[in-house]
Ligand binder design. Sequence first.
Ligand SMILES: NC(=O)C1=CN([C@@H]2O[C@H](COP(=O)(O)OP(=O)(O)OC[C@H]3O[C@@H](n4cnc5c(N)ncnc54)[C@H](OP(=O)(O)O)[C@@H]3O)[C@@H](O)[C@H]2O)C=CC1
Ligand SMILES: O=C(CO)COP(=O)(O)O
Length: 346
Amino acid sequence: MSDKVAVLVAGSWGTALASVLAANHPEVYLWTRNASQSEEINAKHTNERYLPGAVLPDNIIATTDMAEAVADAKAVVIVAPSSGMRQVARSLKAHWKEEMLCVHATKGFETETMKRMSTVISEELGCDEGRVVVLSGPSHAEEVVRHCPTTVVVASLDEKAAIRAQDLFMNNDFRVYTNRDMLGVELAGALKNIIALGAGMSDGLGYGDNAKAALITRGIAEISRVGVELGANPLTFAGLAGIGDLVVTATSKHSRNWRAGSLLGQGKPLNEVLESMGMVVEGIRTTQAAYAISAKLGVQMPITDQIYHVLFLGRSPREAVEALMGRDPKAELESISQETWEQWHT
Ligand SMILES: NC(=O)C1=CN([C@@H]2O[C@H](COP(=O)(O)OP(=O)(O)OC[C@H]3O[C@@H](n4cnc5c(N)ncnc54)[C@H](OP(=O)(O)O)[C@@H]3O)[C@@H](O)[C@H]2O)C=CC1
Ligand SMILES: O=C(CO)COP(=O)(O)O
């Protein structure tokens, strides 16, 4: 097998990951459905729409031909938004070979089915879920292309596949840890976007650092609660894919979820906010999925519940904050089950 690596879709994160890979591998093929974007990347080594101002390595070769991108690649990295994942994975099927490593770096669910991305990919490729690796963690594309030090985790049901992915991406700017808890890593990466929307709303309303710290801390509590209920390792939520990514998304102006939340907090309607973003805001779809998951499991997700009401049921961000602050008095660790408590304290 060649030294070639393929990245599918040239949005901001796909392009940034292609530039990480280009430092480690001689040829990185970047597939896009957009011919003019492909020409721009090959001729000017830029992707102005998604990463304005960044200069890309010249061993990134863009193409609109998926067969050309994937043929003989040792690894395929899929970075489609969750809404396009099934379609992209379905197109990959004709070109994918069992021996290729398959990594995804998408943070979201398939809203219609509430499935995780590794499930969607394995269904479309017709392979075992263990063949898929997820890459996640605190990593804004804008900083990664500037070679700012960044740490992420890769997780898979197959530890050997995770180690292959670690080896594929790791370099002096981009440090990669393995984690065996694929479920926890995928859940954490998706659910933190809801809390980042809330943190943006809080800032948009003009609230301060106390409110944001509360959202981050109570946010990771509800993410862990649903994660543990589904069978994830509670410690994953204390790691890079959990609190690490929640902090970076809830506190950074690079974050599209934070920015969308901030505009909503300033009173802009959702449709106007989404029109002005021009990039994917995964937290919106994820709020729908998480609201349904929380109801199905009977697990309390009070912040998610309020964000859902703001996004889809006309509640104002200020009313949502009032509802959260006016909840019944509770002990901080009340909603952690006895079993989980014992797990954490042994
Ligand atoms: N940006 C970041 O810093 C990070 C993003 N992520 C995650 O990565 C994922 C992708 O986000 P990001 O790159 O930021 O998104 P962007 O909005 O920057 O780009 C989205 C890209 O997806 C393409 N696309 C959308 N739907 C399809 C489809 N059906 N078929 C083919 N291409 C499609 C778009 O193509 P077109 O231009 O033709 O519409 C565009 O290239 C998300 O899950 C996000 O949460 C994770 C970590 C960091
Ligand atoms: O996941 C991210 C950083 O780790 C990017 O978050 P946004 O999608 O909110 O920009």
